[in-house]
Ligand binder design. Structure first.
Ligand SMILES: [Mg+2]
Length: 185
């Protein structure tokens, strides 16, 4: 039976999973709503506004800001980033689970903050390398299933999106001997 990844010589069945945007960082990155015909900017949405945005015909969404390392670097850090650092220093296994697209860029950001997270645990669900399908909540759920298969049994998941948390929590019913503690940020 495997027991999580081996990190600095220690495996563990305990894992702390953190969303990125509006959980660990508040960045100035916006989702741009563009007019499909003219290409002009209609409006900008914060990630929180995007959670409830209803897509409209004739509009296309542009997520380029979320690929911009400069914007990410200038992010404001939340209190959960302090918690993450504290747990990281204790040797707790940490996973980043974000709707963004560039896993390597996220890892780079944490290295800048002196936090070296195992590449297998920096999961940007929009990154083709993970081969995840469906909505954000579905992809995050699938990623968590894979982590459980890796041997993690005692999970804590921090996210600002209620649906992401509910879908993760529901795994407790279908997978035996797994505890998923969810924290709404
Ligand atoms: Mg978020």
């Amino acid at each position: 039976m495997n027991e999580g990844f081996n990190i600095k010589g220690k495996s563990s069945d305990k894992l702390m999973i953190f969303d990125l945007d509006d959980t660990l960082v508040i960045s100035k990155a916006k989702i741009k709503v563009m007019d499909a015909a003219t290409g002009s900017l209609v409006k900008e949405l914060t990630p929180a506004e995007y959670n409830t945005y209803v897509e409209k015909e004739g509009r296309i969404l542009n997520f380029d800001d979320f690929q911009d390392y400069g914007i990410l670097r200038k992010s404001k850090l939340t209190k959960y980033m302090l918690l993450l650092k504290h747990e990281y220093q204790k040797g707790t296994h940490i996973c980043i689970l974000t709707a963004r697209q560039k896993s390597d860029m996220i890892r780079e950001f944490f290295l800048y903050h002196k936090i070296d997270i195992l590449p297998q645990l920096v999961i940007a669900i929009g990154d083709p390398k993970w081969n995840l399908q469906g909505s954000t909540a579905e992809r995050k759920q699938e990623a968590i299933i894979r982590l459980i298969k890796q041997g993690y049994k005692d999970l804590t998941f921090f996210d600002d999106n209620a649906e992401n948390l509910q879908m993760a929590k529901s795994l407790e019913e279908s997978i035996p001997n797994v505890s998923i503690n969810t924290v709404k940020v």
